[in-house]
Design a protein around this ligand. Sequence first.
Ligand code: ZN
Length: 284
Amino acid sequence: MKNQFILIGILSSLFLFSCSTYQPYGEPTALALYDVQDGDLISQNQEVSEADLILHQELWDVAMLAIPADYQHFIVGFRIESDGPDQILASVEPDGEELLDLSSWTLAVDLMDAVDRTGALKTEELTTTLIHEFAHILSLNSNQIIAVNWNEVDFQEDEEDDRYWTSEGIAQEDSYLNLFYQRFWTDELLEAVWNIEDADDDEEYTKLWNDLSIATYTDFITDYAMTNPEEDFAESFAYYVMNPIPEPTGTLSIEKVLFFDSFPEIQSIRTELREMLDFNSEES
Ligand SMILES: [Zn+2]
């Protein structure tokens, strides 16, 4: 399997709901930066107004409802930014020069997507996206992935080693993402989505995504999940948290959702998140 690097591409032109572990759309404008210490925001900007501080704190408080207590220590930075409306609502990125410290992450939220012009939170989109972002922390943290700087690795393909490779490193054998990949993805599917990234022009690119979407309609819980295994994992996890547990039907998208229910510790995470987010819990 080849190194996958960053595959996100320019999907937002095709899919309205998007997020990523990186920023593929050019630099967003940073509005405020905070360090996180013991769960509290420490402003790194002198010029943020009192009203903005209150709004940012409100966004942070909502974000922490979507991150289970045992995982909050992974978040060491909080950035408010915007790349304009309707692009990336939120993202997470690892710390460090080469983005390789997988024990420390910054969460970024796009102000224009997260609140309306009155400053009211767009709660539903925000919550869904933040749970999706948490799924990246769950699956890409230092306990799950062995960080690798691919630029410095003289990569030799090892036929025996079929662990999934993320942009951040190698998914450990028993990591959630590797298990998810081994069960639901094939190298052929991964190559198919890579090839779409190499499309000659926008028209071809859109057609190839549409063709794949039609061919795999019930395999993915959203179109965005087709992007790569990381996004498939995150979208399926967000569905698992936000909806009643589905009945097994053999449909692949549902099997992906039920994958999470096979881990008692992830069942507990779901219960904790649903309680924090005050979802109606009609089933355990
Ligand atoms: Zn994502």
